[in-house]
Ligand binder design. Structure first.
Ligand code: ZN
Length: 214
């Protein structure tokens, strides 16, 4: 089986997202790129029963190389992000706080210094229909110089050199969105980390290896 260990890791990642309440149903997808092959979670398979054999392997044009099932409908998004960023893995979900915050801002205000984990202030990609090239372009642009982005009226995405790194960022992205939503809900002014100090935090995280390189 092609990319056997990557496929097994994708199944584990889907189960992690479910365990951590980062997905609703199967509304998330995960992929790993190795050279000119991409392993991606299948469309519409319950995470509980998903096996490594259910994970689909495609080429960089999205043509299935191995696998019986349909790849995630968001394969074009994953392929465009790989082309634009050179990432090694992608995780994508529709968690509540990140989706909610993407409805009301164009970027996540730097209310928590954890924004630095993503390379700076996290952008919100404008809405486009799922599965379209337009969505893929919008998200790839929002990820410029960043390891995470929100997707307007849709969800969130993280990338990394490895699946472990991309997946580890997903709960932090949901967390900083939840903090911001809670703070905004008070109706009081929200204090922000200044751009200069956020840059310092970005540099500090690079130093101790929390910042994905891509
Ligand atoms: Zn989605």
């Amino acid at each position: 089986m092609l990319l056997a260990s990557e496929r097994a890791a994708i199944v584990e990642a889907c189960r992690f997202m479910q365990r951590e309440h980062l997905v609703v149903g199967t509304a998330g997808n995960v992929s790993v790129r190795v050279g000119d092959r991409v392993a991606i979670s299948p469309s519409g398979v319950a995470y509980e029963s998903m096996t490594a054999a259910d994970v689909v392997v495609t080429d960089l044009a999205g043509v299935t190389v191995e696998g019986e099932l349909q790849p995630s409908s968001e394969l074009p998004l994953h392929l465009a992000v790989y082309e634009a960023t050179g990432a090694g893995a992608i995780t994508h979900n529709h968690a509540p706080a990140s989706t909610a915050l993407g409805l009301v801002v164009d970027e996540i205000p730097a209310s928590h210094y954890y924004s630095a984990m993503f390379g700076g202030v996290v952008r919100v990609a404008p809405y486009a229909t799922f599965g379209t090239d337009e969505l893929a372009e919008n998200v790839a642009a929002a990820l410029t110089g960043r390891s995470g982005a929100l997707m307007g009226n849709h969800g969130a995405i993280t990338i990394g050199p490895t699946l472990a790194k991309a997946l580890s960022l997903l709960p932090y992205l949901e967390y900083i969105c939840e903090i911001q939503v809670l703070a905004m809900a008070t109706g009081l002014p929200v204090k922000l980390v200044s751009p200069d100090l956020l840059d310092v935090a970005v540099a500090g995280m690079s130093t101790y290896g929390q910042q994905p390189t891509h």
